[in-house]
Design a binder for this molecule. Structure first.
Ligand SMILES: Nc1ncnc2c1ncn2[C@@H]1O[C@H](COP(=O)(O)OP(=O)(O)O)[C@@H](O)[C@H]1O
Ligand SMILES: [Mg+2]
Length: 338
């Protein structure tokens, strides 16, 4: 045991350190570092193409064959990138995964119950006990008449209901880590909020940590402990969710927050960030947001900005001026309904 730190320094559940992923030689992730502590939730947020899904795929090594990976991914101290096939299979089974389209994860010709029972049996060999457990989990997910639901086919359930069943079935196994990639994006807005609130409740009860991937910063800050903002295959800002919501620092994060539709006022128009999102593959050596940033200087496109130290970390050459409030007139500000 380390004499200085002793046992008080618990390793994080998931540590991603300087992760680079290229596909067919094209850089997709460029130095992603993230941590997730046991039982906590991290939201990964950013526009389409920023590398959110690729980060999750790298965590489970579900990458295309022509991908090259460098850096480190450890889960409970185990090196994921070094696992052999058998260890990788065991590890993947221990991670819960939920995707945008629940219909892609179920077999349409079997009733919902058979899928649930298969999962419940893994940890409970007694069929009756497994059935009770499946029904209890559905009830816990506030799915009415769970016994009848078990006999229904996926096509008989709405998208929201089926996604709730999927999430319930994954959390039933109490995984240490849940990876949820836009799990509610296909659902309508009111259903989204319900499903997420329930997911978070069950996750907390079972001590499951979560990475919640979303393009919606407001949604992510509402349910996650911490937020990482990604753009062009990099993490540009990372910190406690409440701070990211109240004091966003990176110009990109501020643009994301200002561009959201103002739901309070129900304004019809959606303000957007100027310019198109940039893929990591055509970003230069500097900050990937430089070409769209309202306060970019020459060096922003040329030199990679270092990450600031501390609990709320930002990669921006102009962070000192942002912190001093000097750039407020040039930077987007969150629109607050009066
Ligand atoms: N199989 C693939 N082959 C080549 N490029 C890919 C592949 N999958 C994703 N990409 C590229 O990687 C980048 C990041 O994609 P992704 O992680 O899916 O973004 P996000 O989930 O943030 O929308 C995008 O530019 C995308 O075009
Ligand atoms: Mg994605």
């Amino acid at each position: 045991m380390n004499a200085v730190h002793g046992s008080s320094v618990a390793p994080g559940l998931l540590e991603i350190d300087d992760l680079h992923v290229a596909i067919g030689g094209v850089p997709i992730l460029r130095g992603v570092s993230l941590q997730v502590e046991n039982g906590t939730s991290l939201g990964i947020v950013g526009e389409s193409g920023s590398g959110k899904s690729m980060t999750l795929r790298a965590v489970t090594r579900l990458l295309p064959k022509n991908a090259t990976v460098s850096g480190r991914v450890t889960v409970s101290g185990r090196d994921v990138l070094a696992m052999d096939a058998a260890a990788l299979r065991r590890y993947r089974r221990s991670v819960g995964m939920v995707f945008q389209d629940p219909r892609s994860a179920v077999n349409p010709i079997h009733p919902v119950g058979s899928f649930l029972l298969e999962r419940a049996k893994d940890s409970n060999a007694d069929l009756r006990a497994a059935r009770e457990r499946a029904v209890a989990t559905l009830r816990r997910m506030r799915i009415s008449d769970p016994e009848a639901r078990m006999a229904q086919y996926p096509f008989e359930l709405s998208g929201g209901l089926l996604q709730r069943v999927m999430i319930a079935s994954v959390l039933m196994e109490r995984p240490a880590l849940l990876l949820a990639d836009e799990p509610t994006t296909a659902l309508d807005v009111t259903t989204q909020a319900d499903v997420l609130a329930l997911t978070d409740e069950l996750r907390r009860e079972s001590g499951t940590a979560m990475i919640f991937v979303s393009h919606d910063l407001d949604l992510a800050t509402a349910i996650c402990d911490r937020i990482a903002v990604m753009y062009g295959g990099q993490v540009l800002e990372e910190g406690p969710a409440a701070e990211i919501a109240s004091t966003p620092k990176h110009p990109y994060t501020r643009a994301l927050l200002a561009s959201r539709p103002d739901l309070d006022r129900r304004l019809p128009e959606i303000r957007v960030i100027d310019g198109a999102p940039r893929a990591a593959s055509d970003a230069g050596p500097g900050c990937p947001f430089a070409s769209r940033c309202p306060v970019a200087l020459d060096r922003c496109a040329q030199l990679p900005p270092p990450a600031t130290a501390g609990d709320h970390s930002v990669r921006c050459h102009r962070i000192a001026e942002v912190d001093a409030g000097i750039l407020d007139a040039e930077l987007p500000l969150r629109v607050v309904a009066s």
